[in-house]
Design a protein around this ligand. Structure first.
Ligand SMILES: Cc1ncc(COP(=O)(O)O)c(C=O)c1O
Length: 442
C-alpha cells in the first residue's frame, strides 16, 4: 500500500502540493479540515422524515418480535409471507438469457417499441379504435410513478390548464409527483368515512365545480388507499360530467388485473372514456400485476383526437424524457413484451394473476369471518366490499399505534392494511389486535 501510494504521488509530480510530513497518504487523503474550515456545506439541513409508506417497513425491520406482521407494504406476499416471482416471469427471463442475439444497447428515448404497442393494447383493448387509427402514443417509463411524472411534466409544459384534481384521500405520492412537475394540486371528495364507501355525490359536486379543462386524476381500479371503486354506472356518470366540462382524464392504472382477477374487467373504466373518442392520459404499472416491482417497468399512453396530434405529442414527450433519464431500462420491458406477445405465456400470466387476486379476496373473507367470530363491535362488511390490494379499515391513528405497540402489526397511520401481506396464519393475530384496539381505544 505504502509503495503504491509512493508511486502514485511521484506520478502526480509537480501538480501536487508540497508534502507536510513526507507521508504520502497524508497528502492524498488530507484530514477533513485541511482544505477548509468549519462545518459541512450541508450542515444546516434538517433530517427529512421517512416516507410515510416506506417508513412503515423501516420500523417493521427494526422490530425483533417473532410475531410481527407488515401490512404497510404494497407488495404481494405468498401464504408463507414470501415475495413472489411469477413463473411466467422466470420463463420469460430464461428465454431472454438463452437468446444470444440479444444485446444491451440503449433503447430509444421512448423505450421498447413492442412493449409500447402491447401495453397500449393491454389497457385499451386489442380492438381499440384509437389504436387502430394511430391516435395513441405510448412511451415506456419507470413504472407507474415515472409514467405519472412524465405525463405531469408534459402537461405542465404544454397543456393550457395547470390544475390537477386528485381524489381525497389518494396514494401519498400523487400530490408530490404532480406539484414537483409544476402542476397545481386540488382535491375532490371521494371517500365517505361514515359508509366506508364512495362519496359519489361529493365527487360529482367537486368535479362539477372544477374549472373547465382541469386535469382529473382517476384511479382506474382498486383505489389506493380506500379499496373503493365506482360502479360501472357511476363511471358512466363521471364520464358524462367530465366530457361535458372538457375535464382531462389522467388514469392511474397500477392494479390492472389485481382488482377482479380479470385484465379486461379492470380496464373497463378507461375503455369507457376511450370509446367516446375523447382524449386522455393513462399511466400503467407492471409492478403489481406482473410482480416486477424493482424492475421499474411501466408506460404512459396519451390518446389523442388524431394521428397527427399523437405524433406531435410523442415528439414532445421525447423532449421531456431525454433530459430526465435519457431512455428507459431494457430488462423489465423485455420480460413484459416476451409474455404479452406469446399466447401461451400470456395465458399462464392470466392464471397466475387471478391466483394472486383470489388469494387477496380470500384474505378479506377470512379476516371478516374472524372479526365476526370474535363479536368485534362495528360493521366490518367494508372488508369484503372493498377492492384490490388494500382495505381502509376505519381504524384511527391511536388504534393503529396501539396495534403496532401491543401486537407488532405495522400499517400506515391512516388505518390502511395490505391484504396481500396477510396469510391464514396471521389473520387470527390481526383479528385479535383489531378487536382489542376497537374495544379499548376510541
Ligand atoms: C395508486 C398508485 N399509483 C401508482 C403507483 C406506482 O407504483 P410503481 O411506481 O411502483 O409502479 C402505486 C404504487 O403503490 C399506486 O398505489
Amino acid at each position: 500500500m505504502e509503495r503504491r501510494l509512493g508511486v502514485l504521488s511521484r506520478h502526480l509530480g509537480s501538480h501536487s502540493p508540497p508534502m507536510a510530513s513526507g507521508n504520502p497518504s497524508e497528502m492524498l487523503f488530507p484530514s477533513p479540515t485541511a482544505g477548509f474550515h468549519g462545518d459541512s456545506v450541508f450542515a444546516n439541513l434538517v433530517q427529512a422524515p421517512e416516507d410515510p409508506i416506506l417508513g412503515v417497513t423501516v420500523a417493521y425491520n427494526k422490530d425483533p418480535s417473532p410475531v410481527k406482521v407488515n401490512l404497510g407494504v404494497g407488495a404481494y406476499r405468498t401464504e408463507e409471507g414470501k415475495p413472489l416471482v411469477l413463473n411466467v416471469v422466470r420463463q420469460a427471463e430464461q428465454l431472454l438469457v438463452n437468446d444470444r442475439s440479444r444485446v444491451k444497447e440503449y433503447l430509444p428515448i421512448t423505450g421498447l417499441a413492442d412493449f409500447n404497442k402491447l401495453s397500449s393494447k393491454l389497457i385499451f383493448g386489442s380492438d381499440s379504435p384509437a389504436i387502430r387509427e394511430n391516435r395513441v402514443t405510448t412511451v415506456q417509463c419507470l413504472s407507474g410513478t415515472g409514467s405519472l411524472r412524465v405525463g405531469a411534466e408534459f402537461l405542465a409544459k404544454h397543456y393550457h390548464q395547470r390544475v390537477i384534481y386528485i381524489p381525497h384521500p389518494t396514494w401519498g405520492n400523487h400530490p408530490k409527483v404532480f406539484t414537483l412537475a409544476g402542476l397545481s394540486v386540488k382535491t375532490y371528495r371521494y371517500y365517505d368515512p361514515a359508509t366506508r364507501g364512495l362519496n359519489f355525490q361529493g365527487l360529482l359536486e367537486d368535479l362539477g365545480s372544477a374549472p373547465s379543462g382541469a386535469i382529473v386524476l382517476l384511479h382506474a381500479c382498486a383505489h389506493n388507499p380506500t379499496g373503493v371503486d365506482p360502479t360501472i354506472e357511476q363511471w358512466e356518470q363521471i364520464r358524462q360530467l367530465m366530457r361535458s366540462k372538457a375535464l382531462l382524464p389522467f388514469f392511474d392504472s397500477a392494479y390492472q388485473g389485481f382488482a377482479s382477477g380479470s385484465l379486461d374487467a379492470d380496464a373497463q373504466p378507461v375503455r369507457l372514456f376511450v370509446a367516446d373518442g375523447g382524449e386522455l392520459l393513462a399511466a400503467q404499472s407492471y409492478a403489481k400485476n406482473m410482480g416486477l416491482y424493482g424492475e421499474r417497468v411501466g408506460a404512459l399512453s396519451i390518446v389523442c383526437k388524431s394521428a397527427d396530434v399523437a405524433a406531435k405529442v410523442e415528439s414532445q414527450l421525447k423532449l421531456v424524457i431525454r433530459p430526465m433519464y435519457s431512455n428507459p431500462p431494457i430488462h423489465g420491458a423485455s420480460i413484459v413484451a416476451t409474455i404479452l406477445k406469446d399466447s401461451e405465456l400470456y395465458r399462464e400470466w392470466t392464471i397466475e394473476l387471478k391466483a394472486m387476486a383470489d388469494r387477496i379476496i380470500s384474505m378479506r373473507h377470512q379476516l371478516f369471518d374472524a372479526l365476526r367470530a370474535r363479536g368485534t363491535p362495528g360493521d366490518w362488511t367494508h372488508i369484503i366490499k372493498q377492492i384490490g390490494m388494500f382495505t381502509f379499515t376505519g381504524l384511527n391513528t391511536q388504534q393503529v399505534a396501539f396495534m403496532t405497540q401491543e401486537y407488532h402489526i405495522y400499517m400506515t397511520s391512516d388505518g390502511r392494511i395490505s391484504m396481500a401481506g396477510l396469510s391464514s396464519r396471521t389473520v387470527p393475530h390481526l383479528a385479535d389486535a383489531i378487536h382489542a384496539a376497537v374495544t379499548r381505544i376510541n
